[in-house]
Design a protein around this ligand. Structure first.
Ligand code: GLN
Length: 195
């Protein structure tokens, strides 16, 4: 007997912790795909933008002509999860300077606001609608300065949003792919095929 088709989640594979997300997708029950071209993007049901360096991800996305196709897919409802640099790339602005951003989440973020690489930290966080807290790993994470009215805040750290949602877009300033907690990846896969 064959069950429902396994959703394919693509991880934008330009730079960053792609491998960890691919592993999490598989553990969460999805088919993991590396996304480097528009054709890859057209073949997936859900998208993940990993952590790494948001400036590099933006630069490479420009170079490979992926910025408009990414915007188009996300705006037309493709379930999307951005983590850390991925959150920055999804946002509309950064507090300092200018870099390529998709602007699909109406919020302003400050880069590297939670400490430098070797000052990363971990903590337990309550998440809206979850019975158990999540173990959150922050690495030079972005701080969310302001959010538009359509951004739902699912978790906060010291009063600041660290997990947000808008329609089918999820973004976290921490790294779920570095733990064995699959709940965010499952949330992403569960949005596939829903109205
Ligand atoms: N500091 C990185 C940036 O600004 C994000 C860090 C991360 O993704 N772990 O893009």
């Amino acid at each position: 007997m064959s069950g429902p088709p396994t959703p394919a989640a693509g991880v934008l594979a330009l730079q960053g912790d792609v491998r960890e997300h691919l592993r999490s997708v598989k553990r969460a029950g999805g088919t993991a795909v590396e996304v480097r071209t528009q054709a890859d993007l057209d073949s997936i049901d859900a998208l993940i933008i990993p952590g790494g360096e948001s400036t590099t991800i933006g630069r490479l996305a420009n170079l490979y002509g992926l910025v408009d196709p990414l915007r188009k897919h996300i705006r037309s409802g493709m379930p999307t999860l951005g983590t850390c640099a991925g959150m920055i790339f999804l946002a509309s602005a950064v507090t300092e300077g200018a870099q390529t951003q998709l602007g699909v989440l109406d919020m302003v973020v400050e880069r590297n606001a939670y400490g430098r690489q070797n000052e990363s930290f971990e903590c337990e966080l309550a998440v809206e609608g979850w019975d158990e807290e999540v173990h959150a790993v922050f690495i030079r994470a972005p701080l969310v300065h302001s959010t538009g009215p359509d951004i739902e805040i699912l978790a906060r750290h010291r009063g600041r949003p660290v997990l947000v949602r808008k329609d089918r877009i999820l973004a976290s300033s921490f790294h779920p792919e570095l733990t064995s907690d699959m709940r965010l990846h499952r949330m992403l896969l569960d949005m596939v095929g829903r109205d």
